[in-house]
Design a protein around this ligand. Structure first.
Ligand SMILES: C[S@@+](CC[C@H](N)C(=O)[O-])C[C@H]1O[C@@H](n2cnc3c(N)ncnc32)[C@H](O)[C@@H]1O
Length: 183
């Protein structure tokens, strides 16, 4: 089977990629390696990498089918500035990219920013904590951690649809999007 057959599609990526890109163009550095956590299908990775030609995009995901899809999309578009996807679980105590950086793989183009789209509300709270803690270790001073997803403001949902989505997600897995109560 050609790896191209592994391409997956997520309809939301076509809807949200333009508004996300508009912000990324303003906040991301235009040189260096951009680490994407939880790249999913890889559609965002190939789309954004094409708009950041002087950067290298480093996609990752914990899920092997997602990584196969990322590779397939990268091959489909013959991307020249996208690394092969790495297996990365944000809840692990040490990220593989820390070893990659230590081993010199990324030294010519250090990680200058992290992009994480639609993950922290569809994973246990530990994933959010892992992302924050380890971003603190990896990013340089002034480095950017960009998050996209549905957020509450002042403890309140900003749209009725987000409240319904929250309920739906918690019905799938009660750990998703849930901040544990203080003990
Ligand atoms: C809703 S998808 C979003 C994918 C992509 N960012 C997008 O917007 O289309 C959530 C992704 O988070 C990944 N994920 C969940 N838990 C994770 C973890 N602990 N570490 C890394 N990735 C994780 C899943 O494998 C999945 O690809």
């Amino acid at each position: 089977m050609r790896s191209q057959d592994a391409r997956q599609y997520a309809a939301a990526t076509e809807r949200n990629r333009e508004p996300i890109l508009e912000i990324l163009l303003k906040v991301l550095p235009h040189r260096g390696t951009i680490l994407e956590i939880a790249s999913g299908t890889g559609e965002h990775a190939v789309y954004f990498a094409d708009k950041f030609k002087d950067c290298v995009w480093l996609p990752t995901d914990v899920n092997p089918q997602a990584r196969a899809s990322i590779t397939a999309w990268t091959e489909h578009y013959k991307c020249t500035n996208v690394y092969p996807p790495l297996e990365l679980d944000v809840t692990e105590p040490v990220w593989i990219v820390e070893n990659q950086t230590a081993s010199g793989l990324l030294n010519n183009s250090p990680i200058v920013a992290i992009v994480n789209i639609n993950m922290i509300h569809i994973s246990p709270w530990a994933a959010c904590l892992g992302l924050m803690a380890l971003a603190g270790r990896i990013l340089p001073v002034g480095g950017i951690l960009y998050l996209y997803g549905p957020f509450k403001v002042g403890g309140e949902h900003t749209a009725v649809s987000n409240a319904a989505f929250d309920e739906y997600l918690r019905a799938q897995n009660r750990e998703w999007g849930a901040i544990p109560s203080p003990k």
